[in-house]
Design a protein around this ligand. Structure first.
Ligand SMILES: [Zn+2]
Ligand SMILES: [Zn+2]
Length: 358
């Protein structure tokens, strides 16, 4: 069958190949026909040779972790049935397994020796078909067929917010204001999920005001601020006390500023991976004083558990009900998978590019 693959560690190795073996489902496994796969920054970085690992014995890695498919075959009595619309989770537990992995929390793995489909050690979903254990397949209603390929990035948001709310059970908390930094797919989805929970949400990002993302957010009742006009340092004066900050830019400068935006007892969610290394001069005494005297909290979050896929489905259904068609506008380009190299070229107004397999 055909698939989009890379040779991990080799720069610019993305290619479409026709010699990928058909899935050979193990006992209890389902076969899924891929409908769509989302392209994200991680895929671009793997294509650039920055990371990624092929499965043992394979010279290539089938790319893709953001996925949507239809069950083609499933064993009798499985949790999924032929015809079900499904999204697969990405991470698989480490072999030890560590305590979180043993407790079905591989998103919190302690050893780092987990595997991730399409990223490290396991083929991804940018192929015509794949096989999988049904416990890693999450059913999605057909009413979300046009947008469900956004579920995986939505789970990053779900985990971040869920963790923040759980941690904030430390106090009587009545959060009102949230700031999301970054207007990529995760940033926009985070803003939407927070808006659905009743927050007043402001997204701060580089793009000028009045452009596509600003208009899109406006439709959902979300404010947009261009950091070109209002630097993050001035945002606090403009907004007042910020209860929750969701950082989704991948920029080291911004990470520090994100923490500094927090009001008393506020929580800052760091969800973006910053590449390379960056030295910045920081007034640690002031930063620490504010953290301590304000009971402020900063934490990092990555990947997501199955329950975050399930809450993501619920949020996407709620968004579709509240604002029909809005989520679909986040998918700014759909290309046949044979055009995969073109999918990596991005324009400023792109939010999510999706490869179509069927
Ligand atoms: Zn992704
Ligand atoms: Zn583990």
């Amino acid at each position: 069958m055909r698939a989009v693959a890379v040779v991990p560690g080799n720069k610019d190795s993305l290619h479409v190949r026709g010699d990928v073996p058909e899935p050979a489902p193990g006992a209890g496994e389902a076969v899924v026909r891929v409908l769509e796969a989302g392209v994200c920054g991680t895929d671009v970085e793997i294509h650039q040779g920055l990371y990624g690992a092929a499965p043992g014995g394979s010279p290539y890695l089938v790319l893709g972790h953001e996925n949507l498919g239809v069950v083609d075959s499933a064993p009798a009595g499985a949790a999924v049935a032929v015809g079900d619309l499904v999204v697969a989770t990405v991470r698989r537990p480490c072999d030890e397994p560590c305590r979180p992995c043993a407790a079905d929390q591989n998103d919190m793995c302690l050893t780092g020796r987990f595997k991730e489909r399409g990223i490290g050690g396991l083929h991804g979903f940018m192929s015509e078909r794949y096989s999988e254990d049904p416990r890693y397949l999450v059913r999605v209603p057909y009413s979300l067929r046009e947008v469900a390929v956004l579920l995986e990035p939505m789970t990053i948001v779900q985990k971040g917010i869920e963790q923040a709310l759980r941690i904030q059970e430390r106090m009587a908390w009545d959060p009102r204001k949230a700031v999301v930094i970054g207007a990529g797919p995760v940033g926009i989805l985070a803003a939407a999920a927070l808006r659905l929970r009743g927050y007043e949400v402001t997204v701060a990002a580089l793009e000028p005001e009045g452009t596509f993302k600003d208009r899109l957010l406006d439709e959902a009742g979300i404010d947009y601020v261009s950091t070109g006009r209002t630097p993050l340092a001035d945002l606090e004066a403009k907004l007042g006390r910020v209860d929750l900050v969701f950082e989704a830019t991948g920029s080291a400068h911004v990470v520090l500023r994100a923490m500094q935006l927090l009001g008393p007892a506020g929580v800052c969610i760091l969800s973006s991976v910053t590449g390379g290394s960056k030295n910045l001069e920081v007034d640690v005494a002031t930063w620490n004083r504010e953290m301590v005297l304000g009971n402020r909290l900063v934490f990092g979050t990555v990947n997501a558990a199955r329950r975050h896929f399930e809450s993501g489905v619920a949020d996407m259904a709620a968004a579709e009900e509240r604002l029909p068609g809005w989520l679909g506008k986040l998918i700014t380009r759909r290309l046949p998978f044979t055009d995969a190299p073109r999918a990596l070229e991005r324009s400023p107004e792109d939010v999510k590019t999706v490869l179509q397999f069927a």
